[in-house]
Design a binder for this molecule. Structure first.
Ligand code: GTP
Ligand code: MG
Length: 432
């Protein structure tokens, strides 16, 4: 603890103390700080915690950490605080995951979903389903213990109905939510492709509202891919600016073009950019057919740029040469029709008509890991129903009930294997 004028013998829990950190090696002051001792169990990890609030200088932090580690402490591993909170039962696994999501959220919608999960909304829904299954398991166990009364105890039709409404239904709803909420949680990726000089980097800058990428009148300016997140109606969209694609003998430019093509493969959406000051060129056509050949079902939006300069070609003439894809006419330079472009991107991805963004409200959106376990839980539930159909022995029903329970237990961290836990907490940064 920091040195105070009158060092206390006992530090009160959850009380701020003011003082100085003094270097024990030479008794020189390091920083003026506030420190708080928090006694278990009312702490983040449920263990005793000391927090020191110093000035945010790298050197000060390094020196204080040096003193602390010299007295037999060690640095926490990534996510260790949250992992301890989880292992000590203060958070379930979905809440622990929500901490990471809260830190990494890129839009308000994402942040709000993470906050809801941190409050335990997903956990509550999973626990409710678990309780139902436990009650059903109890009934089946009675049937196992008193086989002669089995027909009286196990009303197969009633049990099937109960499974449908109390387990299957809620599981299906959660799986559907995971699908529809995925884009808000993980975002999508949109790659801007087009000939050199059509204004790809200008569009990235306009969408970002900052001069991120270099823009010049010289074709071949962008040599590497540049990626930044843009918030489009609550949906995090990774926009990838690429090197203009053309035949070139220049090695660096050619490497950039290769990267641009590679980005095409993992994009959800291609913003195919055209230059309104010239008619459609042969290069445009061949680039378009490359895109279509490589990913037949990929979404493509034609972006006709530089409409501030009038030309003799109508938007429909460009579309006619490019598979009649949807087209938005913009001026990246003058920011014309940019909100319309965002609307089109949003509706193309979400499939919802243009208009309102998504309101998270009190929605619960399971992540990919949860969805996987929910699907396995649902499959087990369906096996139970089929088993009841053909009157299988209660012992076998109990096995499937247990399997459904285990999959739900994986979500909240009750039965999650150690390696999965490690994978989750390794994604955290140090100090969380
Ligand atoms: N008039 C007009 N000029 C634009 C517009 N958008 C971009 N430009 C100009 O077009 C030129 C090329 O713009 P960039 O954004 O560098 O084009 P690019 O597609 O990234 O080019 P490469 O990186 O070389 O492939 C620059 O001189 C821009 O100022 C626009 O909407 N209107
Ligand atoms: Mg560029």
């Amino acid at each position: 603890m920091p040195r105070r004028k009158k060092p206390a013998q006992v530090y009160e829990s959850h009380r701020m103390y003011y003082g100085w950190i003094i270097d024990p090696a030479n008794s020189l002051p390091i920083d003026e700080v506030l420190a708080v001792f928090m006694q278990a169990p009312h702490t983040y990890t449920c263990e005793d915690v000391v927090e020191i609030q110093c000035h945010g200088s790298f050197l000060v932090l390094q020196q204080i950490l040096g003193i602390i580690t010299a007295s037999n402490a060690r640095l926490a591993e990534p996510g260790e605080f949250t992992k301890r909170a989880f292992l000590n039962g203060r958070l379930d696994l979905t809440q622990a995951e929500a901490v990471l999501e809260l830190i990494e959220a890129r839009t308000d919608v994402g942040r709000s979903l993470a906050a809801g999960q941190l409050q335990g909304r997903l956990y509550e829904q999973i626990s409710a389903i678990q309780e139902r299954l436990v009650a059903m398991r109890a009934m089946i166990e009675v049937a196992i213990d008193f086989p002669e009364d089995e027909t009286d105890i196990l009303d197969a039709a009633a049990l099937q109905k109960q499974l449908g409404t109390e387990v299957e239904g809620p599981l299906e709803t959660l799986i559907a939510r995971a699908e529809e909420g995925k884009i808000y949680r993980e975002g999508i990726s949109a790659v801007i492709l087009g000939r050199p000089n059509v204004g790809k980097s200008s569009l990235l800058n306009t969408l970002l509202e900052e001069d991120r990428a270099l823009v010049t009148h010289i074709p071949g300016t962008t040599r590497d891919t540049i990626e930044e997140f843009v918030n489009i109606k609550g949906m995090p969209v990774r926009i990838v600016d690429t090197a203009g694609i053309r035949n070139t003998s220049e090695t660096v430019e050619e490497m950039g073009i290769q990267r641009a093509r590679a980005k095409l493969a993992d994009a959800d959406l291609v913003l195919f950019m055209l230059d309104a000051t010239v008619p459609l060129t042969e290069e445009d056509r061949s680039l378009y057919s490359t895109i279509r050949q490589s990913r037949k079902h990929q979404k493509v939006l034609l972006v006709l740029n530089k409409i501030d300069i009038t030309s003799g070609t109508s938007p429909d003439q460009y579309r006619a040469g490019l598979g009649n894809e949807e087209l938005v006419a913009v001026s990246a330079k003058l920011h014309t029709n940019i909100s319309q472009l965002k609307e089109r991107i949003f509706s193309l991805i979400t499939g919802s008509p243009k208009g309102a963004g998504w309101e998270p409200g009190t929605a619960v959106i399971p992540n990919v890991r949860h969805k996987d376990a929910l699907k396995k839980g649902l499959a087990a539930c369906r096996r139970i129903k089929q088993g009841l159909d053909i009157n299988i022995s209660p012992d076998l029903l109990a096995v499937d009930i247990q399997s459904a329970l285990d999959h739900l237990g994986d979500i909240v961290g009750e039965t999650t294997p150690e390696d999965v836990l490690d994978m989750i907490f390794e994604r955290f940064c140090i100090g969380k």
